[in-house]
Write a protein of this length. Structure first.
Length: 303
């Protein structure tokens, strides 16, 4: 009699993972996040997970995956699977140990891949090019101000570009070259990144990422940098501003009909730095000249 009642209760469980015909593939997907085939495949890779008098290994895996997917409390899981609450915590610990011992080393852990191959695959995605080989959209001064949210970052950008050119000059094999190198990814041709040496320590490098779309009125989709201010939502950091200013504006100035290398633009960068040093005084002088604009004959039209 007791065995009959127990069997009836077991068959009436809310989540009966022991009976394959009870739950559909849709039910497996909703509760565990895996299809029925993927669930069985994962279960077969856990030989150290065994059945116990209170639950099967299928139920144990279902409890663990349901906990991970839905974030339910142990009390609710005990009701759904008709197990004691204190057993739920023990089951989760057992499945976790089985996954670490049987599944992780052969599938998602670092033990199944050589570090050298990982570094090679990671670095091979990004290749270094001269800036002239980058199809970066041209930007106007107004677009630059909108992106940088002011002119302070633009003033800083010019010095960063000059330092970047000097760094490439010193590391270049040819002694007079001053190339502005960028890194492009074959998988994401709409993203360009540039490495900048930190001003505070030589041991750190800041990487600026710019995503662009030439088909949009505002071609810059987003900016990001690995520096402390690089993830801001309004404006951008000085490293990203340097990339935007050089690739989108400065290198397009005085560009002849033939393609030049970045070396040709170095003098323009230095000249723009000298000009920016006097830009503030020029803006202040403008306030006093706007009210007294002379006419073409030399007379003062403000009177």
């Amino acid at each position: 009699m007791m065995n009959t009642i127990r069997s009836t209760l077991l068959r009436s469980r809310v989540f009966d993972f022991d009976a394959p015909q009870v739950l559909t593939d849709y039910d497996y997907q909703n509760t565990s996040g895996l299809s029925k085939g993927d669930f069985d495949c994962l279960l077969n890779q856990l030989p150290s997970l065994n059945n116990s008098p209170v639950r099967s290994k299928r139920v144990a895996l279902a409890v663990f995956l349901s906990k991970m997917r839905m974030g339910l409390s142990n009390r609710i899981l005990s009701t759904l699977f008709q197990l004691k609450e204190k057993k739920i915590g023990k089951i989760i610990h057992q499945v976790r140990a089985a996954l670490i011992n049987d599944f992780v080393p052969y599938n998602i852990g670092f033990n199944h891949i050589e570090r050298s191959k990982y570094d090679l695959a990671k670095n091979s995605k990004w290749k270094s090019y001269d800036a002239t080989d980058c199809d970066f959209p041209e930007l106007s001064e107004d677009q630059l101000r909108d992106l940088t949210f002011g002119i302070f970052q633009l003033r800083q950008a010019k010095s960063y570009v000059a330092e970047h050119l000097e760094k490439e000059k010193s590391s270049s094999a040819s002694p007079g070259a001053k190339n502005f190198f960028v890194e492009l990814c074959d998988e994401q041709p709409d993203i360009v990144r540039v490495r900048y040496q930190s001003r505070f320590t030589n041991a750190k490098t800041r990487i600026s990422y710019i995503q662009f779309d030439e088909n949009k009125k505002q071609p810059i989709v987003c900016c990001y940098c690995t520096c402390s201010a690089g993830s801001r939502t309004i404006g951008c950091c000085s490293h990203s501003a340097a990339t935007l200013w050089y690739l989108g504006y400065q290198r397009h100035l005085l560009t002849p009909s033939y393609v030049q290398t970045s070396e040709k633009y170095f003098d323009h960068v230095e000249a723009s730095q000298k000009y920016s040093a006097y830009s503030s005084s020029s803006e202040e002088d403008m306030k006093y000249t706007l009210g007294h604009r002379p006419d073409s004959d030399g007379s003062d039209i403000s009177q």
